[in-house]
Design a protein around this ligand. Structure first.
Ligand SMILES: [Zn+2]
Length: 290
């Protein structure tokens, strides 16, 4: 009897270790999946209208949080912490038009997700910017990228300028943003095929994987400076630099993302990084690559 108990205990411990190793692992990179990212097509789309490009871009840090690094970057140390920043970007044109990218969730949502680390003043500033924006875009439909729309005190007045894609609005992943059902229905979905320019100097590229509605947002300023907002394809620069995605634990069980698609996108982003002419914006990484 004792032996059987010991044997079962041993099997349980081994199974637990095997599960932990699997759960902290990720998809192979590069995998069989390929992601075609044509930077010149983005440049052409963004400048095709010939209209003036944005003259400025500002970044607003609205909240901070942290995750264990081992789930953010598969293979990272078990006890390392990974700082996460939550930020909104605002583009400005010479004629006064503005574009808001990724309006961050509100204080109550932050409390639920991360606890402390929310700046109410910056969020209020971002809300003021939303009410004046000519266009509001999101890299994807997760709460920390569209929560500022869902919880806007001026939803009715900003809604006509919100351009969430069809995939974002219809995604299971938008649920956590907690839109009032009537509000979500009031948004007119943006439909486009792979590449599309919603305004001068901006071009979108569909990039499903992290979520069904994930897209990259390319921005070119009048100065010639180029940016690529990649949303949460990477949570940390290390996902790109080490070509290692999130741990299966979060990918499969919390996000429901396609690790194979994310891995292919990480490979394409590494090529953009190597090229060196476009600044990649990794939404939640407060640090620049070393
Ligand atoms: Zn995010």
């Amino acid at each position: 009897m004792k032996r059987i108990v010991l044997l079962m205990g041993g099997v349980f411990v081994l199974a637990t270790i095997a599960f932990a190793v699997w759960a902290l692992g990720t998809a192979e990179v590069p995998g069989e999946q390929k992601f075609a990212l044509d930077m010149n097509r983005l440049r052409q789309a963004a400048t095709a209208s010939g209209e003036p490009l944005p003259v400025a871009m500002e970044e607003f840090d609205i909240a901070h949080g942290e995750f264990p690094k081992a789930v953010v970057v598969s293979g990272a140390g078990l006890f390392e912490k990974n700082d996460m920043v939550f930020r909104t970007h605002i583009l400005g044109y010479a004629n006064g038009d503005t574009v808001v990218i990724d309006p961050v969730h509100n204080g109550a949502q932050h409390q639920q997700l991360f606890g402390e680390g929310f700046n109410e003043k910056t969020w209020a500033f971002m809300q003021a910017a939303l009410t004046n924006a000519s266009l509001v875009l999101a890299t994807h439909e997760h709460v920390d990228h569209v929560g500022g729309i869902a919880k806007s005190p001026s939803f009715a007045s900003i809604a006509p300028h919100v351009k969430l894609t069809e995939e974002q609005i219809n995604s299971f992943a938008i649920a956590d943003a907690d839109f009032a059902p009537a509000d979500l229905q009031a948004l007119i979905p943006l439909t486009y095929d792979d590449y599309y320019s919603p305004a001068p100097g901006i071009a979108l590229k569909k990039a499903p994987g992290h979520s069904p509605g994930s897209q990259m947002i390319y921005v070119q300023l009048a100065s010639g400076k180029e940016y690529l907002f990649i949303g949460d394809i990477a949570w940390s620069w290390d996902n790109i630099l080490l070509q290692s995605g999130r741990a299966r634990l979060v990918s499969r069980f919390f996000l429901g993302e396609s690790q194979a698609l994310v891995a292919a996108e990480l490979a394409a982003l590494d090529a953009v990084w190597q090229q060196g002419d476009v600044t990649i914006i990794v939404s939640h990484d407060p640090n620049e690559p070393q």
